[in-house]
Design a protein around this ligand. Structure first.
Ligand code: ADQ
Length: 473
């Protein structure tokens, strides 16, 4: 088996441990790397006075890691700047929150260069290189410039925006061209791949042939490869004490009321304000539900250095206060809003205690919480997933109650429908979703991507053919 070198912005180090609040990427990557005895390279999350390129090698949860520290200016311009204030909002269709600054773009280019320089001595000719996410799009170009001809793949965990949005980025063309130095680009759903193809077709002199795009001498495969859960590992929590305790604690404190749960990083893409507004409408329009239900929203803060995140946090504090002020009684708190992280086992118990799982992002590459909620249910008496049509997960979990997160009315209807759903329908929907979550788990995902990465390159001279992936109707 060829060695895998995975590269992502952050690498989870041992000190953060299994119980830390880890993003979807960290959970998925650890599983993929353990399987292939690979090396995981990235930023430690630490700041240094001056960048030296010194690498710290560790073993974390069975995975070999190599990390570097970054300077304050790098963190400001590359991470908080271009990654989180430019690309993240833009790629989540939030042009209103997208900040364009040359310093940010300069920092992004500099850190990608530093990653390539530091990583170069670690790469052997036969290694497969797998780069993750929007922080590191130009990395293949940087490695190619240093003479590396390894197979290099890129997986985009977030959406790819339509061309008209992407063009707000001053260097949109350079960014896309740099991506075409990869051999494989993976997308979470066909919608994001199609947006990429739309851009390449309209703005570059590139040729599309089925799944391949040829630009200059290189052919890149565009692969739809939805990320999955480490389902077996996650479901093993059914036997854990922490899960049982969390479930019991919630069931007891619910005193017979039905629980609706939301679990999200505190991020504007997750549609939390819209969700609170829909819940408020649910209580206003269906007073018979008052005292009968409550919403537990778990939302640990993230990216606290970015102003838009400070703002959304303040808005959510105000909204939750106002909902509780309006509806609460002496022994009923309609909205329990918690800014805290929980272990995976505790989350399993929390999901299992909830009659409804509310996953309503305005835009999301995939959304693993939707899959975790389904996986944690008791098949004999499962809860119902209410899922945004704008999450990548909606393409796979078609048996969820699908809602439009921009419409409070649609969401309130969806929640009411979920609360009233008969057992047989709940079981049927759950079975269909669980089947997909078990079959297309994280191992399926990494194998699918690695198979594409390891396969022989497509011929570089591809005849000009009709673009078979476009709907020309
Ligand atoms: P994220 O935006 O971080 O990831 P998501 O897929 O929802 O989003 O994953 C969040 C993870 O964090 C889940 O595993 C969840 O259990 C965990 N988590 C959330 N709240 C927590 C809490 N309070 N305590 C502990 N853990 C918590 C990005 C993209 C997604 C994509 C993933 C993976 O934005 O669209 O699904 O990468 O590709």
């Amino acid at each position: 088996m060829r060695r895998l070198i995975a590269i992502s912005n952050r690498v989870q180090t041992e000190t953060e441990g299994e119980n830390a609040n880890r993003g979807g990427l960290a959970v998925a990557l650890a599983a993929a790397l353990r399987e292939s005895s690979g090396l995981w390279f990235g930023w430690s999350g630490e700041q240094t006075d001056e960048f030296t390129g010194q690498i710290t090698f560790r073993k974390a949860n069975g995975v070999a890691t190599a990390t570097i520290d970054l300077e304050a200016q790098d963190i400001d311009e590359y991470y908080n700047g271009f990654a989180n204030r430019t690309l993240w909002p833009l790629f989540h269709y939030r042009l209103d929150l997208t900040e364009i600054a040359r310093d940010f773009a300069g920092g992004y280019a500099r850190v990608n260069q530093r990653f390539a320089e530091t990583l170069a001595p670690l790469i052997e000719p036969d290694d497969l290189v797998w780069v993750h996410d929007y922080h590191l799009m130009p990395l293949a170009q940087q490695l190619r410039a240093r003479g590396f001809e390894n197979r290099i793949g890129f997986f985009l965990h977030i959406p790819w925006p339509p061309p008209s949005l992407l063009m707000s980025l001053p260097d949109h063309r350079e960014l896309v061209e740099s991506l075409l130095d990869y051999d494989v680009i993976g997308f979470q759903s066909d919608e994001w791949r199609q947006s990429f193809i739309d851009y390449v077709t309209a703005h570059l002199d590139a040729e599309i042939d089925g799944e391949h795009v040829t630009f200059g001498a290189r052919s890149t495969r565009l692969l739809v490869c939805p990320i999955g859960l480490d389902t077996a590992d996650f479901c093993s929590a059914v036997h854990s004490l922490a899960a049982k305790q969390a479930e019991t604690r919630l069931t007891v404190s619910a005193v017979g009321r039905e629980m609706i749960v939301g679990v999200d990083r505190l991020d504007y893409s997750k549609g939390l304000q819209e969700r609170f507004a829909a819940y408020e409408l649910l209580l206003t329009s269906r007073p018979e539900l008052c005292e009968k239900v409550f919403l537990l929203q778990i939302a640990p803060p993230s990216r606290g250095d970015v102003p838009s995140y400070q703002q959304i946090r303040a808005e959510l504090n105000a909204l939750s206060g106002s909902i509780n002020g309006e509806f609460a009684s002496i022994d009923w708190v309609p909205l329990r809003y918690v800014n805290q992280g929980y272990s995976r086992d505790e989350l399993f118990g929390i999901y299992r205690a909830a009659k409804v799982g509310l996953v309503t992002p305005l835009r999301d590459g995939m959304n693993l919480v939707a899959k975790e909620y389904v996986a944690a249910q008791d098949p004999a008496d499962p809860g119902v997933l209410v899922l945004s049509c704008f999450a990548g997960a909606a393409a796979q979990l078609e048996s969820a109650v699908i809602v439009n997160p921009h419409s409070s009315e649609d969401m309130a209807d969806g929640i009411a429908r979920a609360l009233a759903m008969p057992l047989a329908e709940r079981q049927e929907r759950h079975r269909a979703m669980l089947d997909c979550i078990v079959k297309q788990d994280v191992h399926w995902w990494s194998r699918r991507f690695m198979d594409a990465l390891g396969e022989d390159p497509a011929p570089s001279a591809v005849p000009r053919l009709v673009d078979a992936t476009r709907n020309t109707a």
